[in-house]
Design a protein around this ligand. Structure first.
Ligand code: FAD
Length: 379
């Protein structure tokens, strides 16, 4: 049996040839998911005890990078089928919960993580979705929006308020859980981004994650951040490869584009910035135990997402009109990659988190209480 990276590499031509279809038709790539399942790429992080091979984050990252270069959508499925909500369940869940999550993911489910609400974006703890104890379990009520995979995913890790603070619940499609609307996104088309409504949705008692607090739950999200950084890296690396090929093919003024210093230096910057981003991603992935260090994950996502937007933009520019048109994948990559400075912690929120680490103190973002302001004035 081939190692996992070789299995992924063998799939790339097929993934690449279909990528424009999902984008154009805004269709979830079930066919690609079947391919991922067939070669064992869903649930690579699942421990052997639960039926997976138990690969480390550092081993999975190069696979996500390769796949994302061929098809961003499939890269995202790979991340959610190995990181994010799955990491939280595998770290904190009971045996029953781990076995349920593993069975679903190994069969091709891309779990959804449900944190964001209309009134709670960057300020996630302002969420108002409520979990109320009822006989035999919990009742969920609330609205989550921008939920990746909503309507396609079976397993949902839902963050909700309880009397004792925010807890995680594993919900599955059923009465009281519905897709209220789908966003029309700029890129990453084919992946549903849904508003989910929980209305008296019952979660059995054994599907409430053991009592871990919000900060522990969100720690699991650091695997997702490294995953998001890796997708952006994969797309930008592919764009650089396309740029290099174009410069050594297209002629103007009787010379190859590659002979113009203005373009050579753009390419050098792209290559250098990508190499730096790749090192941060590697560093963050290597720190996983089981979750990556939160500052390393934040640095990796911040640098890689912003770098990827610049790199893909330059690659598109180097292609002239061909980059702006639909005959190359660059305009799609440009739309796809733009998301990564927003979803899963915006670039601004990540900067605040890194600054907090550097300054060695919490940096509360809420308006200070009036007496605190008065105290500061008097000091
Ligand atoms: P806001 O929080 O309203 O921020 C608006 C702007 O203000 C941003 O630029 C932000 O950086 C800035 N800002 C806010 N607060 C501060 C501050 N204190 N200092 C400086 N700047 C600040 N969520 C999920 O729960 N599950 C998902 O599966 C999921 N998937 C997503 C997929 C996509 C494609 C996208 C775009 C989003 C997804 N999200 C998901 C939501 C995502 O995590 C949020 O969009 C993100 O946390 C930001 O929240 P917001 O969009 O409400 O922006």
């Amino acid at each position: 049996m081939l190692d996992y990276l070789s299995r992924a590499n063998a799939l790339l031509p097929r993934l690449r040839s279909r990528a424009a279809t999902w984008d154009r038709e805004r269709r979830y790539c079930h066919e690609n998911v079947s391919d991922l399942v067939a070669v064992g790429l869903m649930g690579m992080s699942i421990p052997k005890a639960y039926g997976g091979p138990g690969l480390s984050l550092a081993e999975i990252v190069p696979i996500v990078e390769a796949v994302s270069g061929a098809c961003t959508l499939t890269g995202r499925i790979l991340v959610e089928g190995n990181m994010g909500a799955l990491s939280a369940v595998m770290a904190y869940g009971t045996d029953t919960q781990k076995a349920r999550a593993a069975a679903l993911v190994l069969a091709g489910d891309k779990p959804a993580i449900c944190i964001t609400e209309p009134g709670a974006g960057s300020d996630a703890q302002a969420m108002v979705t409520r979990a109320t104890p009822v006989p035999g379990g919990w009742r969920l009520d609330g609205i989550k929006h921008w939920i990746t995979g909503g309507g396609v995913s079976k397993l949902h890790l839902v963050f909700a308020q309880t009397r004792d603070g925010i807890r995680g619940f594993l919900a599955e499609p059923g009465p009281g859980l519905r897709v209220a609307r789908l966003e029309r996104t700029m890129g990453l088309c084919g992946m549903p981004e849904a508003e989910l409504r929980f209305e008296n949705h019952f979660v059995p008692a054994d599907m409430a994650l053991p009592e871990v607090g919000f900060s522990q739950l969100i720690d699991a999200y650091n695997t997702q951040r490294v995953g998001a950084a890796t997708i952006a890296l994969g797309v930008a690396s592919e764009a650089t490869r396309l740029a290099q090929a174009h410069l050594t093919d297209r002629q103007q003024f009787g010379r190859l584009l590659a002979e113009f210093q203005g373009l050579q230096w753009m390419l050098a910057d792209m290559d250098t910035e990508l190499a730096a981003a790749r090192l941060l991603v590697k560093d963050a992935a290597a720190s996983a135990d089981p979750f990556p260090d939160r500052t390393k994950a934040a640095r990796a996502k911040l640098l890689t997402s912003e770098t990827a937007v610049r790199v893909v933009d330059r690659a598109l520019q180097m292609h002239g009109a061909r980059g702006y048109g639909g005959d190359t994948p660059l305009e799609r990559m440009y739309r796809d990659v733009r998301m990564f400075t927003i979803g899963g912690g915006t670039a601004q929120v990540l900067r605040t988190q890194i600054a907090s680490h550097v300054l060695g103190r919490k940096l509360p973002q809420g308006r200070p209480a009036v007496d605190q302001i008065r105290g500061a004035d008097m000091a």
